[in-house]
Design a protein around this ligand. Structure first.
Ligand code: PEP
Ligand code: MN
Length: 306
């Protein structure tokens, strides 16, 4: 009986070196999401609304971010809201709408999963499973996504240390899923002027400690749309492998996180600025698509005919 109990509890002897340890892969890991590689030379920008709200909203936003060079689409279908009276997301209908937006734009989709019972359904539509800050230590959920065949974007708990984030990643890796992307999204401090304190220290520290790619979310990290492009530049400068940015086709009408969501034109401007920063640190960011160049030319016939 005792043996059975120990077996059920699983292997709890820590390895000499954690699976996440940089020493296991000094060159760093690259997570491949349908051909989009996070952890290589390219800084991957993942953009889209906080929550999927309607077909029109997700399609318009997806088209806009793709035009500006985003390589993946984000959007929450299951929303972990602080108050139970706030918009909770379109849930399964939201997943369907994300799939449609993916098929229209070709952008892989990142979306949150909050419950072990929904992992299978979310896997049918998502290319990357997001674990939100509030669930960074939901150990059953971590283990369930650790058994899934989809990459995981693991957000740092709002009061979690770097060590706790790495142990959370370890729960996923230990189940066999090696495709884990870490996300710094701001931590809770005594400061109230910003929604969170974006801990850019975490980027070089994580890159020293682990081989896993690190992305930064300047939207939740600041809570203010006008700070997002500024802190995004900082994140690229300190070596982030990617950015997670909230963009809404009409932020004033957003059902969640409108204050920290960029309008598409501001996202476009941010992307232009980021390319220079990326070049300065030996990285690159995808160019605006041909479609966008064509639209610019069509909007300015005097130039195209010149
Ligand atoms: C989100 O990405 O919209 C989100 C809910 O993020 P976090 O878990 O970091 O608050
Ligand atoms: Mn949000």
């Amino acid at each position: 009986m005792t043996v059975t109990k120990i077996e059920e509890a699983g292997n709890t002897t820590p390895p000499e070196q954690l699976l996440a340890d940089r020493g296991r892969r000094p060159e760093g890991s690259v997570v491949d999401v349908g051909g989009v590689r996070i952890g290589g030379r390219e800084v991957i920008v993942i953009a889209g609304p906080c929550a999927v709200e309607s077909r029109e909203q997700i399609n318009e936003t997806a088209r806009a971010v793709k035009r500006s060079g985003a390589r993946m689409l984000r959007g929450g279908a299951f929303k972990p809201r602080t108050a139970p009276y706030s918009f909770q997301g379109l849930k399964h209908e939201g997943l369907q709408l994300l799939s449609q937006a993916k098929h229209k734009t070709g952008l892989p989709v990142v979306t949150e999963v909050m419950d072990t019972r929904e992992v299978e359904a979310v896997c049918e539509h998502a290319d990357v499973l997001q674990i939100g800050t509030r669930n960074m230590q939901s150990f059953e959920l971590l283990q369930e996504v650790g058994r899934a065949a989809k990459p995981v974007l693991l957000k740092r708990g709002m009061s979690a240390t770097i060590k706790e984030l790495l142990y959370a990643a370890e729960y996923i890796l230990k189940q066999g899923n090696q495709d884990v992307i870490l996300c710094e999204r701001g931590i809770r401090t005594f400061e109230t002027a910003t929604r969170n304190t974006l801990d850019l220290n975490a980027v070089p520290m994580l890159q020293r400690l682990t081989h896993l790619p690190v992305v930064v979310d300047p939207s939740h990290g600041t809570g203010k749309w006008w700070m997002v492009p500024i802190m995004a530049k900082g994140a690229v400068a300190v070596g982030a492998d990617g950015l997670l940015v909230e963009v809404h086709n009409c932020p004033e009408e957003a059902l969640s996180d409108g204050d920290q969501s960029l309008r598409p034109d501001r996202f476009e401007a941010m992307m232009r600025d980021l390319r220079g920063v990326a070049l300065a640190v030996g990285r690159e960011i995808a160019s605006a698509t041909q479609e966008s160049l064509k639209e610019v030319v069509e909007a300015q016939p005097a130039y195209s005919n010149a």
